[in-house]
Design a protein. Sequence first.
Length: 134
Amino acid sequence: GAFPLSKNALIAQIIFKDPEIVLLANEQRVELKAHYVVNGPALGKKTYAGNIALNSGLQYKASDRIVRLAQPQLALFTVDSDTDTSQQISALLKKIVPALLEQQIIYRFENSSPLLGNAPKKIQIESDGIRLQY
């Protein structure tokens, strides 16, 4: 998956951009911080922007050489221009963001990767990177 990432739901469109990834080695999870823009029928004719942080595990499927988000949770949500609206939108996004991002591809190994001979069996999140265990 590449950024900006755009997701459409029945009630809103959400665009995520400028991602920052923090590795949480002790929890075997990653935190993805990004700026967002959201609009749609559920929000009237308004467009909101702010910051969002998602905390997620990673799932690696060796046969496809794909790393995906697993069990993402909304960790932070702010609205740049309206604190009162922040709570209302936060309640909405806490329900839809995990479902929208579950199984989102975040990395795909190239077919020409030197790892082609032996597919890693497990992903290990460390403080300085992600280790593939064979």
